[in-house]
Design a protein around this ligand. Structure first.
Ligand SMILES: Cc1cc2nc3c(=O)[nH]c(=O)nc-3n(C[C@H](O)[C@H](O)[C@H](O)COP(=O)(O)OP(=O)(O)OC[C@H]3O[C@@H](n4cnc5c(N)ncnc54)[C@H](O)[C@@H]3O)c2cc1C
Length: 296
């Protein structure tokens, strides 16, 4: 049953300063961007009554995607559609386009924001793993200042984030990876599109001239209670050539690192199996000559 609308109020600030001032109130109003997560809760009668902060009339949050000092910068209102149609994103950060096209249908892609996907903190979020694999950082602003948190350190448990109630996500900064980086983004769901993932892996790997792994990021969604970077497996792989022995060692490390969730969409055993298969696929398909994002 729909929530009772009279119990809700919406504040629509005209500037960032006004918004940050409004967030000093206790309880702080909850930001609303595209509303594609919040409106579902409203319709289901699960949105807590109270004050909401509409971000749409804040010009500082509506800036175009920019590339500055080797980083792409998204504003808080940057949508999936904005990223998909941006030629530099398609070329230099292709996993973001792959993720964007996996998210809902065109209506959701035009309305939903990357910042909303981050703060909503669903373990099955499709945008967050690609951002995390690129080492993205979240800019958090409040009336007392601005700080930056690595997305890989943003989550600490199910729906637990580093954001304080008085903070707004005002930007997302994404370092552009090396040209030779091998990128991998694969979502496994019940259907090819418009499905919630059962397991998702976003990976990025840079090999040296000696074919040893200089840098690797492995980020899983829908496996742990929050988007999860498999740091122990990364540590096993760094400095090694991704050959059969390294792949075997990585899969063994993943088996002991992951403690998969078990829910209506899938069992823990299935998730572990598929997580290992995706890792194997990524590592075996990777070679210095293949620099393009692939999707299975
Ligand atoms: C039909 C449908 C299909 C969907 N399919 C997918 C899918 O395939 N994959 C997927 O990952 N998601 C999917 N979603 C979920 C949703 O579209 C995304 O999570 C989206 O990115 C949320 O962004 P939003 O701007 O709409 O967030 P909102 O609903 O406005 O907000 C979400 C949360 O983020 C907070 N928030 C938003 N912006 C800020 C900010 N700047 N600072 C601080 N807090 C903020 C809000 O307070 C709220 O807690 C789907 C939703 C629907 C309705």
């Amino acid at each position: 049953m729909r929530s009772y609308l009279a119990e809700f109020s919406v504040i629509s600030p005209r500037s960032l300063d006004e918004a940050l001032w409004a967030l000093k109130q206790r309880p702080a109003p909850a930001p609303i961007a595209g509303g594609t997560d919040l409106m579902v809760l409203l319709n289901a009668g699960q949105l807590p009554p109270g004050a909401y902060l509409n971000l749409h009339s804040i010009p500082e949050l509506r800036r175009p995607i920019e590339f500055v000092n080797g980083e792409a910068c998204f504003g808080a209102l940057t949508t999936y559609a904005d990223a998909r149609r941006h030629p530099e994103i398609r070329k230099r950060l292709p996993m973001l386009c792959l993720a964007a096209r996996e998210i809902g249908a065109l209506q959701i892609q035009s309305r939903g924001t990357w910042a909303g996907n981050i703060v909503n903190a669903s373990p099955a979020a499709d945008g967050v793993p690609a951002l995390m694999a690129y080492d993205a950082a979240v800019e958090l602003s409040s009336a007392s200042g601005v700080r930056s948190v690595a997305l890989a350190d943003f989550y600490s448990g199910y729906k637990q984030t580093a954001r304080r109630p008085d903070e707004l996500v005002t930007a997302i900064r994404i370092p552009v990876p090396e040209k030779e980086a091998v990128q991998y983004y694969r979502k496994v769901g019940t259907r090819k599109f418009q499905a919630i993932s059962k397991v998702l892996l976003a990976g990025i790997m840079v090999l040296g001239k000696d074919r040893r792994i200089k840098k690797i990021r492995l980020v899983y969604a829908s496996v742990m209670p929050y988007t999860y970077r498999a740091r122990a497996v990364e540590a096993v792989l760094e400095g090694r050539v991704p050959d059969g022995a390294a792949i075997k060692a990585a899969v063994a490390a993943l088996r002991s690192e992951l403690k998969p969730i078990d829910d209506v969409r899938s069992t823990a055993a299935y998730r572990l199996r598929v997580a290992c298969n995706l890792l194997e696929e990524f590592l075996s398909a990777s070679s210095p000559s293949r620099g393009e994002a692939r999707r299975g």
